[in-house]
Ligand binder design. Structure first.
Ligand SMILES: [Fe+2]
Length: 265
């Protein structure tokens, strides 16, 4: 079984490049499950219900997020519009599972592919150099106890490479894939760990690469050079789609291969 994980969509350039490539990748590799991190899809900040619907129309099964999940307040109403046990689209938009208790939304989605393979997607956020969250390592242990599916994909939305590598080892053999997001820079360390977990420290952004991690480069340079605050805007130039294609055995959930993808216009 092949699954596709698309890295953080950034702004309209990111949405456009994903629209250009998602169809032929899905078809060429007979992809059964598509997961997209979409937390920067709305102009670089958050996700709107309309953009979520557009991504589902393109073939996404589950959308993950991270520290920008609450940037667009209307997403909260969208998430709350269906009950916890729903399989409908609003329930397929995840926020990190290890945020403070009682917040809207969910950090895990469990579903089945068209061919009947049960799967789970888990969204976790790192603690190092990030806003306050609960410990993602213990949170992962607790969440896995409640998941019956063999195919489990973890989006670990985190800043520090060390924390992400550690999570890979922590979950090796217990999940199908641990895939890093958030830094918007793809790393070249994709591999299948000895226990059968596909791992990559960061999938990289799907967005404009003539930028500073998605933002118009002149605005970021001005801030670094002058120290003065500046309003950030999403860049447009040189869009690329970054993703990982993972082959796994649906009967065990173990990964067989992981391939890093970066596609331009
Ligand atoms: Fe992020």
């Amino acid at each position: 079984m092949n699954l596709l994980f698309i890295g953080d969509i950034f702004g309209s350039a990111g949405r456009r490049i994903v629209r250009e490539h998602i169809g032929h990748i899905r078809q060429a590799h007979d992809v059964e499950l598509v997961i997209i991190n979409a937390e920067n899809a709305a102009g670089g900040f958050g996700l709107t219900p309309q953009i979520a619907e557009d991504l589902f129309d393109l073939g996404a099964d589950v959308l993950t997020t991270g520290n920008h999940v609450w940037d667009k307040r209307e997403l909260i109403d969208y998430m709350n519009s269906v009950p916890a046990d729903s399989q409908q689209r609003p329930r397929r938009v995840l926020r990190p599972a290890n945020l403070q208790p009682g917040l809207p939304g969910y950090g895990v989605f469990e579903g089945s592919t068209d061919s009947g393979v049960d799967y789970a997607v888990v969204d976790l956020q790192g603690c190092v150099f990030m806003n306050t969250t609960n410990d993602p390592f213990h949170a992962a242990n607790r969440l896995l106890e409640g998941i019956k599916a063999k195919v489990i994909v973890v989006d670990f939305h985190a800043e520090a490479t060390s924390e992400k590598v550690a999570m890979g080892w922590h979950l090796d053999g217990r999940v199908t894939a641990v895939l890093g997001t958030h830094t918007h820079i793809p790393t070249a360390d994709e591999r299948v760990l000895p226990g059968g977990t596909a791992y990559q420290t960061d999938i990289g952004m799907s967005g404009p690469y003539d930028s500073v991690i998605g933002v118009e480069k002149d605005l970021v340079l001005k801030k670094f050079i002058s120290g003065m605050p500046s309003k950030f805007e999403a860049a447009k130039g040189n869009p690329k789609m970054c993703a990982a294609l993972i082959a796994c055995d649906p009967s065990t959930g173990h990964a067989l291969r992981i391939q890093r993808i970066m596609l331009g216009e």
